[in-house]
Design a protein around this ligand. Structure first.
Ligand SMILES: Cc1cc2nc3c(=O)[nH]c(=O)nc-3n(C[C@H](O)[C@H](O)[C@H](O)COP(=O)(O)O)c2cc1C
Length: 316
């Protein structure tokens, strides 16, 4: 029997997994095999300015060998412009977002809003793929309203040299509600000739073991909200030792790590976004998270966090 080497990817969570989060996370909890950066919208005009792509610049602690930049949009020229810049910066692939479910995005035929439009996708791929100097991967859902969109697209995707197809088996209409459709994932997996990455609701080592057992040919797994809820999840999936105090140190580091000297409201905003998930992971009643979401200053925030972790240490 061969032992499968599993590769773990950090999912892009816009507003959470920015470059500051990624650097501080990896310092405390270990490295991902790959990281998909939150999306960057296509740019009009003919120049990419640093502020468009600040979050993925290699100076901002980004490792171009493991970080994959992602673009959202349906404009081939804008996509090529950004991809050329990524290639110049040393990135080895670029990802196209066909999964975003936000109505403001899907209404403009972007993200999962493109999935019912096979001809538009095909034309976009014809206009971009031959001109790209780094290869393309796609992150997608099962469809926009129907679970059948992706299945219908896969024979066409098979005609293009994609590095991988990342599938989150929900529809766009589902947003993040309901359950992932594993059976439909399986159908798409078998129809695709590309390497497939599984993404969606991996929240524990047990649930990962189930998925890995069910899909023995998959060895790439992307984790998002489950990781923010349980910051030790990456270690747990790798069977590595975990320690509760690391979470406290991580939170303190994240609070003080801000190369852009952001305003207190922005820093607090990022911490609250993390606590939306982490709160339920640390305290099932949800009270702790609620307290944090209501707090109005960093000092108030810090007091709540200090008290919480002191009580855990005292209770041991
Ligand atoms: C707050 C938030 C922001 C997200 N931002 C992105 C994004 O920028 N690009 C993308 O492809 N997916 C984005 N996603 C989707 C996630 O990458 C992932 O596909 C989804 O959360 C399912 O995986 P999970 O169950 O492991 O979280 C976002 C999801 C959330 C909740």
């Amino acid at each position: 029997m061969t032992t499968q080497k599993h590769n773990f990817y950090l999912a892009p969570l816009r507003g959470v997994t920015d470059s500051v989060f990624r650097a501080v996370y990896e310092k405390h909890f270990g490295q991902f095999d790959y990281i998909l950066a939150p999306f960057i919208p296509t740019i009009r005009g003919n120049r990419v300015k640093d502020y468009h792509i600040r979050d993925i610049l290699p100076d901002n602690c980004n490792d171009p060998k493991r970080l994959i930049p992602q673009i959202i949009g349906n404009d081939a020229d804008g996509f090529l412009l950004l991809s050329r810049k990524f290639a110049d910066l040393g990135f080895s692939s670029v990802n196209w977002n066909l999964g975003c479910p936000a109505p403001l995005i899907t209404r403009k035929k972007r993200g999962s809003g493109l999935l019912p439009h096979k001809e538009t996708i095909e034309k976009f791929l014809d206009d971009t793929v031959p001109k790209l100097s780094i290869p393309l991967s796609i992150k997608t859902r099962l469809g926009l309203d129907s679970k059948d969109d992706l299945e219908a697209l896969i024979p066409m995707f098979n005609n293009y040299p994609l590095t991988e197809l990342i599938i989150h088996p929900r529809t766009g209409a589902q947003l993040y509600e309901g359950t992932v459709d594993i059976d439909k994932f399986e159908i798409c997996l078998h129809k695709s000739t590309h390497t497939v990455v599984y993404n969606g609701d991996i929240v524990s080592a047990d649930n990962f073991k189930y998925l890995a057992g069910r899909f023995p040919n998959v060895n790439r797994w992307m984790i998002g909200r489950g990781l923010i809820r349980n910051l030790n999840l990456l270690k747990e999936l790798r069977n590595e030792h975990t320690q509760i105090h690391t979470i406290y140190d991580f939170l303190n580091d994240l609070l003080s790590a801000d190369p852009n000297h952001s305003h207190e409201t922005k820093i607090l905003g990022r911490m609250k976004e993390i606590w939306r998930y982490l709160g339920t992971g640390l305290d099932e009643s949800g009270e702790l998270g609620q307290k944090i979401i209501r707090c109005e200053s960093i000092s108030e925030y810090q007091k709540i966090v200090d008290r919480h972790f002191a009580s855990i240490t005292a209770g041991r």
